[in-house]
Write a protein that binds this ligand. Sequence first.
Ligand code: DQA
Length: 139
Amino acid sequence: MKILIINGPNLNKLGTRETDIYGNQNFEHYLEDLKKEFEGVELMYFQSNHEGEIIDQLHDTESMDGVVMNPAGFSHTSVAIMDAMAAIDTPVIEVHISNVYAREEFRQKMVTARNSKGVISGLGLDGYRLAIHNFLKGN
Ligand code: DQA
């Protein structure tokens, strides 16, 4: 099983960025925990602050069984990322660390969600784990 995690803009700042909302854990540390927990899974990680790079990465997922993606701010704005999700066969589970429905109104609309297998929002970094579990269950 090969799973790619994609994190969008500003998520390279996790651990120090708005810690009251996103917590104080750095994603690279969390990724080490994930790799230990899912030893049998080939887990890959890509983070970018650039829309086009995220699109290129989505196009490059033919060999993957699933993508766990937090498009971050692009979730609310990027028709191009939404289209890239529709253009590939690999299922994408969308994760948001915070509960976007409990935040500003502009965060409550996610254009990317329509092309996601499902969306997990508000469960902190645990959302990434749960998404991987769902791919492993295979339904
Ligand atoms: C986020 C929520 C987005 O609204 C925000 O722009 C982010 C992170 C989350 O993980 O909760 O950067 O996707």
